[in-house]
Design a protein around this ligand. Sequence first.
Ligand code: HEC
Length: 270
Amino acid sequence: MHRGKGMKFVGDSRIRDYEKPKLNRDYSEFPGRTEDFWPDFLLKEWITGAVFLTAFMCLTVAHPAPLERMADPSDTGYTPLPDWYFLFLYQILKYTYASGPFNTFGAIVLPGLAFGALLFAPWLDTGKARVWYKRPIASGLMILSVAIIFYTTWESFTYHDWEKQDQQGKIVFSNLDKDSEVYTGLIKSNCTSCHGGELTGGSGPNLIKSELPAEAVKGFVENGSGDMPGFKDSLSAEEIDQISKFIADLNETDADGNKLDAASTKDSGN
Ligand code: HEC
C-alpha cells in the first residue's frame, strides 16, 4: 500500500511547517526512544556509579593518602607545597616581581585579575562569532594562559627538591622527648627553626639520624658551621653540654619506641 494513495495533498510547500523550531517536543513523537525512569534509567545510573566507586576504591587502596607527620607550627624549616594542580601558582610566586616586596601582587592581584577576567569574560567579550579562530583576542589569551600554566607547572616539577620534600614530612619515630627541660628550655628556642620541631631536618640537617657523639655536636653548637651560627656567646657552657648530650642520645625508633639498629636507620632514609 503506497502512502498517500488516493489522497490529495493540498498543503502549500512554500509555507514552512513551523515558524520557529519547536522545542521541547513531546516524547511520544519518538516511539521506542524513551525509557522508564524506574527501573531502566536508574539501573544504568547505578551501574555507572558502581563502576566509578569501585575504581576509586581500588585507587585509594593502591595509593593510600600520603600522610605526613603531625603539623608543627614552630618548624619554620618546613616548606609547604600545594598539590600538582596549584604548582603553577606556587611557581609564579618565585618570580622576582611576584615575590618578596611584590608578594601581594603575585599572590592576590595577578591571580585576581586572571580569574576576574574569566568571571567577567561574557561582558568583556561580546563578539557574536562562535568559532575560536574568529575570536583571536579571547582565544589568544586563553592559549597564552594555558601555555603559562603548563610551563610554570613543568618548571616547578623540574626544579623542586623532591627528595627533601619527601624527607621533611616523613613520619619518623624517635626517642625525642619533647617534654624534657632541655627540649622546651633550650632546643625549641634555639635549634628547631632550622632543624625542625621533630629535629628531623629543615634548612639544617636531620639531627635524629646524625650519629655524631656528644663531643662533635658540642663543636657544631659552639662554633657553628656553614649556615649554622655558633652559640658560644648566647648559651652557657653547661647549657651547651646538656644540648650536646641530648642530641647525641637521639635515635630513630620503630613505632613502639624500640631503637633501630644503625643499618636499618640508614635504609629507612631512602
Ligand atoms: C640558622 C639555622 C640553624 C640553627 C639555628 C641551628 N642549626 Fe645546626 N645546622 C644548621 C646547618 C645549615 C647545618 C649544616 C652545617 C654544615 O653542613 O656545615 C647544621 C648542622 C648541625 C649539626 C651537625 C649535623 C651533622 O650530622 O652533620 C648539629 C649536631 C647541629 N647542627 C646542632 C644544632 C643545635 C643543637 C642547634 C641549637 C642549639 C642548632 N644546630 C641550631 C643550621 C642551624
